[in-house]
Write a protein that binds this ligand. Structure first.
Ligand SMILES: Cc1cc2nc3c(=O)[nH]c(=O)nc-3n(C[C@H](O)[C@H](O)[C@H](O)COP(=O)(O)OP(=O)(O)OC[C@H]3O[C@@H](n4cnc5c(N)ncnc54)[C@H](O)[C@@H]3O)c2cc1C
Ligand SMILES: *[C@@H]1O[C@H](CO)[C@@H](O)[C@H](O)[C@H]1NC(C)=O
Length: 532
């Protein structure tokens, strides 16, 4: 009994043991939470399987409908899994001819590093061939300025010269060069290019899969591609798969496709810069180059006036301007006055304005490409009831999900879809000949887990703008919490290197969104009062 402790002390020691163990649990779960959040996403690990051929190929023909960015990537991936791939697009008869069916063919593009990382796996000569076509392999740094305040890319996290790179090239030229890579690669022996338009599909007798594809040829006659093993909708904004399956008698839910109207105008002004002028431009030097020399993204209450300057292939410099009104310049004298109307927390640097002035003064007749961004839309194939879709139908790229282009994710998202597809195909039993009944459902499910966050983040951001028309069932109030977090995150990224690094990685699809919820990042974000 002598060793009995007085009840009060017992109480203290009980509660302190409780506190100590609670602290331990918190610490351990904090560490686990941190580890889970910062761990590389599955798709980065899966990059290594990209470009690796399957030993025993799958039966029948893989049919890729649409031969733009997604179609080119997917045809290359499928040539690793099938002996016969058919790539169909009405504009593939002459690759040098400018495409007319792609609204954004002449629009400024930035290509996030995940796109280049994937393309290098698919085409080991990617860098060499792109350079040969005039493209620049540069740091994946867009010199982001949020409302004029710099949000740095994490150069400090990489040894000098080792920052991830991506391709600085006009979209039109990148697309041609990529197609060139496709038809030069050894796997191209497996790929048949069929210039034509897919008009419809025919199901198998039990409707469990697509059996054939009907194609209209350029001369107006029709042909069918039979023995379809896998059918991939890569028709971009047309999102033709919905029509094909609907006409073939598959019952699709009415709310399969959701969309909203960002109401943004997008201007690309392209200057041809002769070398003597280029050396006079007051653009700050960067040793490895960068994707964009300057990018201004406004706070949503200031409208949607993104301004960016890109050095591209073959001495081209593009100025990209967006607006929520129809007020973008269409002639040279309108450019500087338009730029001076843009407001933010800090003005444009003087070198930017001087550079644009010099370009306007000395470059003969820049080209103007002014377009209205179409509705952003998401075809929620993953929401279709199990067993409804044909087992061998999938969609890749914009035919599945079209994001607001000002975030520059389109090419990288198509690559992410292709990584998901490739991994799923590699996971099938090596002896397997036919795709399993749930193949389509599994692809769409895996893919939705990886890309739905992009749809949510960009859409809810856009709802902050007065001119945006939300999708049915939502209002401009939807996502207020997300926008509150977004401005705090951006503020924290202007102050803390690790927050800036996490944000950059998430934006480049190198990290999953969970990286922003890691305790070391989250507390800084929540602690920092918004500057914007
Ligand atoms: C203004 C603007 C700027 C953009 N900026 C960027 C950027 O900076 N970075 C970025 O990564 N992304 C950007 N994007 C998005 C990017 O352009 C798209 O994500 C990309 O083009 C999608 O490629 P895709 O192959 O899926 O579709 P698309 O490029 O739209 O191609 C669809 C193809 O399908 C073909 N087709 C259509 N119907 C049929 C049919 N029935 N049969 C056969 N073929 C058919 C068409 O001829 C076309 O070749 C931007 C988009 C816009 C609108
Ligand atoms: C792109 O520009 C070329 C000329 O440079 C033009 O022929 C073509 O029609 C344009 N494409 C689109 C979609 O605007």
């Amino acid at each position: 009994m002598a060793f009995d402790l007085p009840p009060a002390i017992m109480g203290i020691s009980h509660s302190s043991i409780f506190l100590a163990s609670a602290a331990c649990v918190l610490l351990v779960s904090g560490i686990v939470w941190q580890q889970i959040c910062v761990c590389a996403p599955e798709w980065i690990k899966e990059l290594d399987a990209l470009g690796q051929p399957r030993k025993q190929k799958l039966a029948r023909t893989a049919v890729v409908c649409g031969g733009s960015i997604s179609g080119t990537i997917v045809a290359r991936v499928l040539a690793d899994h099938f002996d016969r791939v058919v790539l169909i697009d009405p504009e593939l008869d002459d690759i040098q001819k400018p495409k007319t069916r792609i609204l954004q063919y002449n629009a400024s593009h930035i290509l996030l590093s995940l796109f280049a990382d994937g393309a290098r796996r698919l085409w080991p000569s990617f860098d060499t061939e792109m350079r040969a076509a005039g493209g620049r392999l540069v740091s994946a740094d867009i010199q982001l300025h949020y409302s004029g305040i710099p949000v740095p890319a994490p150069h400090w996290d990489y040894p000098t010269g080792c920052f991830p790179t991506s391709l600085g090239m006009r979209r039109s030229e990148a697309q041609k060069a990529l197609y060139g890579l496709l038809i030069q690669h050894p796997t191209s022996a497996k790929i048949t290019v069929l210039p034509g338009t897919v008009r419809g599909v025919e199901p198998s007798e039990d409707r469990a899969s697509i059996r054939s594809v009907v194609v209209r040829l350029p001369d107006g006659t029709h042909t069918t591609v039979d023995e379809v093993g896998l059918l991939v909708d890569c028709t971009g904004a047309t999102q033709a798969g919905m029509k094909w399956l609907g006409s073939a008698g598959y019952s699709l839910p009415n709310n399969l496709r959701c969309s909203y109207k960002p109401n943004i105008r997008y201007a690309t002004i392209c200057f041809s810069v002769f070398p003597a002028l280029e050396s006079r431009l007051p653009i700050p030097q960067s040793p490895n180059g960068r994707l964009s020399e300057y990018a201004f993204v406004p706070h949503f209450t200031y409208g949607l006036s993104v301004t960016a300057l890109f050095k591209l292939d073959n001495n081209k410099i593009q100025l990209m301007l967006t607006s929520s009104e129809d007020n973008l310049p269409r002639t040279v004298p309108e450019i500087i006055p338009y730029m001076s109307s843009i407001r933010g927390h800090a003005p444009f640097p003087s070198w930017l304005v001087e550079t644009v002035e010099l370009l306007c003064e000395h470059c003969p007749e820049p080209s103007f490409d002014n377009i209205k961004i179409p509705d952003q839309s998401y075809v929620k194939w993953h929401s279709v009831l199990a067993g409804t879709l044909p087992s061998n139908f999938i969609a890749v790229g914009d035919s599945n999900l079209q994001l607001n282009p000002v975030h520059g994710q389109g090419f990288a998202k198509a690559m992410l879809n292709a990584i998901t597809l490739n991994s799923l195909l590699h996971s099938l039993d090596s002896g397997l000949h036919n795709l399993p009944r749930d193949f389509s459902a599994r692809y769409f499910k895996n893919n939705a887990v990886r890309t739905e966050g992009l749809w949510d983040a960009t859409r809810l951001h856009d709802y902050g703008a007065l001119t945006c028309e939300p999708m049915i069932g939502e209002s401009r109030n939807t996502g207020r919490l997300v926008r509150w977090f977004e401005v705090k995150l951006l503020t924290a990224a202007t102050k803390h290197k690790d927050v800036a690094a996490a944000l950059w990685r998430v934006r480049n699809l190198i990290a999953g969104e969970s990286a922003l919820l890691a305790p070391t990042i989250l507390w800084k974000v929540l602690w920092t009062g918004s500057r914007f």
